[in-house]
Design a binder for this molecule. Structure first.
Ligand SMILES: [Zn+2]
Length: 169
């Protein structure tokens, strides 16, 4: 009985860790990304709104890669974000958001499974980005119980991206 409870407790801890760890397993969204390319701008105000994301400046057309394995939940054209991708992680705990894309990878569609490192789109300046400064706008949202792709609590992606880059070095 006691050891049973103990195993159940360990299992609960394991599941809790598993459910919150996709950020810790991220790979960089851009190949060859360096720490110098990252600046924590989560708390900055852009266009009158909290930015709650990271901008990574890259030449137009640079491949953008899935940072974790999971599912392409939504491909959405928005006025501010331009061509965007909402990707859920395996557990549906976090949503990874990629915006201002020049376009999507060929064959990318909603509901599709992708592996960490797969090319899903290309850097651009669609939406409200400066056409002279193409970049990847990257954000992470913690999904609510209803798992709605448009609704979540923003999480600062900076620490996780720094760790992801360090793991490649
Ligand atoms: Zn941005």
């Amino acid at each position: 009985m006691r050891s049973g409870a103990c195993i159940a407790g360990l299992l609960a801890v394991f599941l809790a860790l598993g459910a919150t760890s996709s950020i810790l397993e991220m790979t960089p969204p851009i190949r060859g990304l360096a720490l110098a390319n990252l600046r924590d701008m989560f708390a900055e105000v852009h266009n009158g709104h909290p930015h709650e994301a990271i901008d990574i400046m890259e030449p137009r057309g640079t491949p953008v890669r899935a940072v974790v394995s999971g599912t392409i939940r939504k491909l959405f054209l928005s006025k501010p974000g331009g061509n965007t991708i909402y990707q859920f992680d395996e557990m549906g705990v976090y949503c990874y958001y990629y915006a201002h894309l020049n376009g999507y990878a060929e064959g990318l569609r909603e509901g599709m499974r992708v592996e960490s490192g797969d090319v899903i789109g290309f850097v651009g300046s669609t939406g409200n980005a400066d056409p002279g400064a193409p970049h990847l706008h990257f954000a992470i949202f913690e999904l609510g119980a209803e798992k709605q792709w448009w609704k979540g609590k923003a999480v600062d992606p900076y620490p996780g991206l720094v760790d992801a880059v360090k793991r490649t070095q």
